[in-house]
Design a protein around this ligand. Structure first.
Ligand SMILES: NC(=O)c1ccc[n+]([C@@H]2O[C@H](COP(=O)([O-])OP(=O)(O)OC[C@H]3O[C@@H](n4cnc5c(N)ncnc54)[C@H](OP(=O)(O)O)[C@@H]3O)[C@@H](O)[C@H]2O)c1
Length: 409
């Protein structure tokens, strides 16, 4: 159960070796040095054994989970006193079997869903970075969290901004007082690239994010702006607003993290440098605040803040996400899984950048949405989407994948 404010907090970090996981541990380190009692009691990753061993030693963590069974032996050998679980459900078992109060959900992709849902069932405070959880299973996860007293604290910078602007009461009367939510977006790596050069861009190009330093999947999702579409779905479930009251806007400086427009015309925004440690800390210390370890805003840069709507021709992924959200049921789970597969295929140089959104659209058209009432149905839809994309890629499309940056011998 969730700790009272005086009890030391016991945190599991899921996806501890990734960009958000590493930043979360650095914030925990900072908070502990500043007197906030917080114990890290569990860590989960896919296969980054060396990083896990270092983290387990640094934070004296005994409970570890790895999705890749082949990584378990070396982990156990290096940490003989640790309890190591391995396999695709290891992160979920870690959450179910470890005494904890807080779970940082920072696994990338639908892989993070079962463990996050388990945390919701157990009534924990959930520091939610894994947006795919709410995209694939928003209704199920929010219903489960509310039935069990679990708190969903957004870590995504845009949702953290909205959460802070709504003063932490997102599901209270705000639905009547909020006119719309405006999610800011950097526009990703191809924001200023001539549109006819985008379809065949390389992974190296797409991974050059203009402002944020993130994991590969979310960086590619920023280049397509699928990321913003997924965040629109995430915001819908977190804040309970209809899709047409949640809108994206390009803001190249990434300093304003989102806006809330109220019905009386007032607008609240939250600002800060593009540094994920700040929203991570805001969630970890919520509802209080303490001195932060993230970068501080340079006010002289505020002389140049720009905003403009995304061009649908450059970023067709956004409309596709609205479409999936309106279809409802398992459609967003299909969208998300198809996107994960397509992004990986692009990173593996099997498809061109321009095929990512087309493949997602094809999968969405091919798989009929079902009511998303339970985890099994959602995961079935997820698997069906993966099979659909994989089959389409194997069948070939006649469109060449992008060229490698290195000339082949
Ligand atoms: N990075 C950001 O600034 C940012 C901002 C907002 C939201 N988010 C969201 O936060 C999540 C994490 O993003 P990220 O950028 O931190 O990703 P990342 O750097 O790619 O890290 C992913 C983490 O998930 C682990 N993982 C992957 N598959 C797993 C599995 N099947 N079981 C257990 N662990 C698994 C990885 O372990 P290995 O290291 O062993 O592969 C790694 O620890 C994503 O949902 C993303 O959309 C990220």
């Amino acid at each position: 159960m969730t700790a009272s404010p005086d009890q030391p907090r016991k945190l599991i970090v899921l996806g501890s070796t990734g960009s958000i996981g590493v930043n979360t541990l650095s914030v925990v380190d900072h908070l502990r040095r500043n007197g906030l009692p917080m114990q890290v009691v569990g860590l989960a990753a896919r296969s980054s054994t060396k990083a896990l061993i270092d983290q387990a030693k640094r934070f004296s963590v005994r409970h570890l989970a790895v999705a890749d069974p082949a990584s378990a032996a070396s982990l156990q050998q290096a940490l003989p006193d640790a309890e190591v679980s391995a396999g695709p459900d290891a992160a979920e078992r870690l959450v179910r079997e470890t005494d904890c109060t807080d779970v940082a959900a920072a696994i990338v992709g639908t892989a993070g869903l079962p463990a996050t849902l388990a945390a919701a069932e157990l009534g924990h405070r959930i520091h939610l970075a894994n947006k795919e959880t709410l995209v694939a299973a928003g209704e199920l996860v929010t219903r489960t969290a509310s039935a069990n007293g679990a708190q969903l604290l957004p870590v995504d910078s845009e949702h953290s901004a909205i959460f802070q602007c709504l003063a932490g009461a997102p599901d209270s009367p705000n639905n009547n007082t909020v006119r719309r939510l405006v999610l800011t977006a950097s526009g990703g790596a191809f924001r200023d690239r001539p549109i006819d050069e985008i379809a065949n861009a390389t992974p190296e190009d797409a991974l050059k994010h203009p402002t944020w330093d993130m994991g590969p999947e979310v960086t590619i999702d920023s280049a397509t702006m699928m990321n913003k579409g997924l965040e629109i779905i995430e915001a819908h479930w977190l804040f309970g607003l209809a899709p047409d009251r949640i809108q994206p806007i390009i803001h190249p400086q990434s300093l304003v993290h989102s806006f809330v427009e109220f019905v009386d015309g007032s607008v609240l925004a939250q600002l800060g440098p593009p540094d994920m440690r700040t929203p991570i800390q805001a969630a970890l210390t919520w509802p209080t605040r303490t001195a932060g370890c993230g970068d501080k805003l340079d006010w002289t840069r505020l002389s140049d803040l720009n905003f403009y709507p995304p061009d649908p021709a450059r970023y067709p992924a956004i409309e596709l996400c609205y479409h999936a959200l309106r279809l409802g049921g398992t459609a967003p789970a299909v969208l998300n899984a198809a996107n994960e597969m397509a992004v990986q295929a692009f990173l593996d140089r099997k498809i061109a950048f321009g095929r990512i959104v087309e493949l997602v659209s094809d999968a969405l058209g091919a798989i009929k949405p079902q009511p998303a009432d339970d985890l099994a149905t959602i995961l079935e839809a997820d698997q069906a989407a993966r099979r659909s994309v994989s089959t389409t890629i194997k069948r070939g499309t006649g469109i060449p994948a992008c060229q490698s940056a290195e000339p082949k011998p």
